[in-house]
Design a protein around this ligand. Structure first.
Ligand SMILES: [Zn+2]
Length: 207
């Protein structure tokens, strides 16, 4: 809710230079040495992302076409990811490397766990827990990646004079709110992991 409301607020605030997200991307990419990054329109809201495998910067219509403070913040953050990729930022590489394993474990782990748990096959259940922990590792490594992308993004907004002081504060508010979703995702994953462990060990059981 906080992400949506910060985004909604600064979507309505036009930036002084009347730059759309697309304008900002075009201004930043070349001078940062990111000529190999292509821009692509994508459906949805807050679906904006950078894909290191294809070097594509996917921008939603709201961000690409509206000259708002939120548009600048989000484009700058996503270009922050492109910079991480270009400069070989280690946490981004590590996250990319474990993505395939995490995608498989996300649906295999709960199945193994509950089959193992229900049949009393403890080692199978623990295998599920270990696989599930991979997802928690992914959520954890996502935090430095996201905070760093926002830091780089805010610096880009200043370097290319895309925002004035107040707008920069607004951009920071949008990105701080977005970062909260990743903290929440980590908390949720850890809570589930602890729940699995407590079921297996009987920890917290009152009998
Ligand atoms: Zn991000």
């Amino acid at each position: 809710m906080k992400v949506k409301s910060a985004y909604a607020k600064y979507t309505r605030v036009a930036n002084q230079r009347r730059l759309t997200g697309l304008d900002a991307a075009r201004i930043i990419l070349g001078p940062e040495g990111l000529d190999d990054v292509s821009i692509e329109g994508i459906p949805g809201q807050l679906t904006d992302h950078y894909d290191p495998r294809t070097k594509k910067l996917g921008l939603s219509a709201g961000v690409a076409n509206q000259p708002s403070v939120a548009s600048l913040a989000i484009v700058a953050h996503e270009i922050g990811h492109a910079l991480q990729d270009n400069r070989g930022y280690a946490p981004l590489r590590l996250r990319g490397a474990i993505v395939p394993a995490v995608q498989v474990s996300a649906w295999v782990a709960p199945i193994l766990f509950f089959i193992g748990f229900l049949l009393g096959a403890t080692s199978l259940a623990w295998l599920g827990v270990i696989l599930f922990a991979l997802g928690a590792g992914f959520a954890l490594i996502t935090l430095p990646v996201e905070f760093d992308a926002s830091r780089r993004g805010l610096r880009l907004l200043q370097t290319y004079r895309l925002t004035d002081g107040r707008e920069l504060q607004g951009a920071k508010a949008v990105l701080d709110a977005a970062a909260l979703t990743y903290v929440a995702a980590l908390a949720q994953t850890l809570a589930t992991l602890l729940y699995y462990v407590s079921l297996l060990t009987g920890f917290g059981r009152r009998d």
